[in-house]
Design a protein around this ligand. Sequence first.
Ligand SMILES: [Ca+2]
Ligand SMILES: [Ca+2]
Ligand SMILES: [Ca+2]
Ligand SMILES: [Ca+2]
Length: 462
Amino acid sequence: MQKTTVTQLSKKTKGLTRRASGLMALEQRFMFDGAAVADAVSTLMPVDAAHDAGLFQFANGAENTVAALSLAQQEAQRVVVDYLQRPDALPQLFTLFGGGQSTPSGPWRQAADELLAQVRDNSLSVRVELRSSSELQGALGAFAAHGLDGQPVIYLNADYVQTASSQAIEAVLIEEIGHALDARLNPDADTPGDEGHAFAALLLAGNASGSTVPGDNDQIVLHLDGQMVAVEQSGPYNIAQVHFVPLPEGNLQTAQRAISSNVSGNENTVIAITATANNTVIVYDQWEDGYEADINNPLQSPTQIWGDGDLTNGVAPGTANDLIQAGQTIVLQNQVNPASPLTVDYDGRDKIGTTQAVSVVRAGWSMTPGTVLAGAVSVIDTGNAGTDYLVPIGQDVETVATGTNKLFEYTSLHIIATQDGTTVNIDTNGVSTFALTNIALNQGETYCVNGGVMAGAHITAN
Ligand SMILES: [Ca+2]
Ligand SMILES: [Ca+2]
Ligand SMILES: [Ca+2]
Ligand SMILES: [Ca+2]
């Protein structure tokens, strides 16, 4: 595969958008604390959903300061309320928020019945405060059963909501409302593990066991306004570097076949990730089930967390303790059937997030003819991906003197986008204008020019 030129493109920020639901909210008078219900008065009053959503009570309309936050809280409310109105909500709640009991106790049942009644009459709500990232010690969100005024409160990272997508914020809100539900159902006993994260994984990724964060480290103490507040946090992995694995096996085999007709069978894919610092954590996000809304806060069950020492959310291949030290290489190797790309395996298009800088290499060959026709490329991270490439060689480049060696007899382009909404233009021969224009790619999507590439070929992206 030495005759293949790999090119990676990126684009400038353009966030995903999701259409807002036409939510009609009720003016809330009930407190989240069930004890206040008997005294509360509810006023039915059609209001702009953006100004007063029921489940999340932001102080001073803070949710309207950021469009993604406004959308996130509407979507989070819709998803949570839909879930709690399901016929099987009660047993589902017990599975998630059982408080360590094997069967529901009388008090648990009573609390659950009151909770679901509040869902039915739209009187369930919890207060939300925006707090700086430093106040939250970097947590994306946190829940305190007893805030500064003794009432339950969700703290949301004000710096995070400025840049995160609405889906990413939605996940944090759902995780923290999960903690709020647990506190409500089990006032004296926190459910073991990170039940809020499991709740978000279930509602957003369909699997409560998805990508769990380490069991009990979601509990920290914040120092807010001179007081100490115990919270359960949504703990980010602080991903510093992201790589997309280039060369999907189908494209790789297409290029190999252009060089030799004797190419068949599965692609043997090798992805090697070398750590440059001790205690590197790797979040391996399989492309096959879609990418995580925020790779810092993974929810999908196929996603692997390596290097955090937690054996329940994935163990770094080649290690027993799931710890990764500087200089250590994690080698991922498997056979990938190019005809069935959706089978989950280590393959092209997968997304690798790491908390420290790493070096990534991707190699591959077909089972027939084997390693005699193989190739390997160094993978650059998304921070170093470019938007303008000139190809220095091509099929028109002859070697010195003879002109018959045809060193670049077959030259192809393999482009992978690192952001959604990428638009690519390609001039394949370096003499004409851009013949291939407005190729639309989302993150992890690829475009292959199968041969015919000449020196001076030019690729641009927005
Ligand atoms: Ca995924
Ligand atoms: Ca792990
Ligand atoms: Ca696959
Ligand atoms: Ca994969």
